[in-house]
Design a protein around this ligand. Structure first.
Ligand SMILES: Nc1ncnc2c1ncn2[C@@H]1O[C@H](COP(=O)(O)OP(=O)(O)OP(=O)(O)O)[C@@H](O)[C@H]1O
Ligand SMILES: [Mg+2]
Length: 291
């Protein structure tokens, strides 16, 4: 049994056991709810899988299960079982389409916020098992800025902020970016504009946000891309099949392919040198320690 300080020291040691590139941890979030985070997380993951990347999606929405509903599945185990030490990481990993894996959130995820001691050690140990298993860990967060969500944002290597062109979504996205920048001015934040009616509207929305971020926060906001408003998305949601699978030739699926191409093209630009599951977990642990 070891204490948290020891755990942190161990996590901070370079990982010599694996020569694989580190797993990239991307948290997907938004200011306003309902802007398309879960659909983006899942379909972006599938797009990456179609480009031969190994992807795990973690549903970290405290309130509602999202990913398993979009997939039309009911998982046997959830992250809550891991938090409560009732299951291992390999029990809770569910196989999804195109070889992706996902971890369902489950109610009781609130426990995550109060974790300490042995429980926290167990969680960290288990999640560390994903290192080398996936190229990407994509974390879908819930609506509104909870303490848990902020932790996932601050611990990730990259953050995707989703906004629609609606003024309320834009102001909420700005408020979120401002809060994140106040905690970590160097966080790699990328914008994705969802539900724009044209590429031009998407660009204008991204430009508006980038302009205020530059002027008031002195932050260079990058844009990963956009997903256009597409009725096939709603259809796929109702059919409980991800649109990238159900409607691969739809406008929304083509937008996902562009996002994936851009993500791959960006390579490691803007990604912290210490990216990966270990660093992600060590950031999580230090945030837990300092709260
Ligand atoms: N590109 C799109 N085109 C058309 N409709 C969309 C698009 N993206 C999302 N939607 C619609 O918005 C709904 C909400 O999407 P989603 O559940 O992904 O949002 P969310 O941000 O995860 O919500 P929450 O904040 O509640 O977690 C979808 O069920 C779908 O009807
Ligand atoms: Mg959601």
């Amino acid at each position: 049994m070891y204490d948290q300080a020891e755990r942190l020291r161990r996590l901070l040691q370079p990982d010599r056991s694996s020569l694989r590139p580190a797993t990239r941890v991307i948290t997907v979030t938004s200011g306003k709810g309902g802007v398309g985070k879960s659909n983006l997380s899942l379909n972006f993951a599938l797009g990456l899988a179609a480009a031969n990347k190994r992807v795990v999606v973690l549903d970290a929405d405290v309130g509602f299960a999202n990913i398993d509903v979009l997939l039309g599945r009911s998982p046997r185990h959830t992250l809550a079982d891991l938090v409560r030490q009732r299951a291992t990481i390999w029990d809770i990993l569910q196989a999804g389409p195109l070889g992706i894996h996902y971890i369902a959130g489950g109610s009781g995820l609130q426990d995550l916020i109060n974790l300490q001691g042995e429980q926290l050690n167990y969680l960290v140990d288990q999640l560390e098992g994903l290192q080398g298993f996936a190229d990407y860990l994509i974390i879908d967060t819930g609506a509104g800025l909870s303490e848990g969500t902020l932790r996932f944002i601050l611990s990730a290597d990259e953050v995707i902020v989703v906004s629609t062109p609606e003024p309320t979504a834009i102001t909420d996205a700005y408020a979120l970016i401002k809060l994140v920048a106040s905690q970590n001015a160097n966080k790699n934040i990328q914008l994705v504009i969802n539900r724009a009616v044209s590429p031009q509207e998407a660009r204008q929305t991204a430009e508006k946000l980038a302009l205020v971020a530059k002027r008031f926060l002195n932050l260079e906001l990058q844009t990963l891309g956009y997903v256009l408003d597409d009725p096939q998305v709603q259809k796929a949601v109702k059919e409980q099949v991800p649109f990238f699978i159900r409607y691969p030739h739809s406008t929304a699926s083509r937008c996902i392919e562009q996002l994936v191409n851009q993500q791959i093209k960006n390579g490691l630009a803007g990604v912290p040198a210490d990216s990966g599951i270990k660093s992600f977990l060590s950031r999580m642990v230090s945030i837990f320690r300092n709260r």
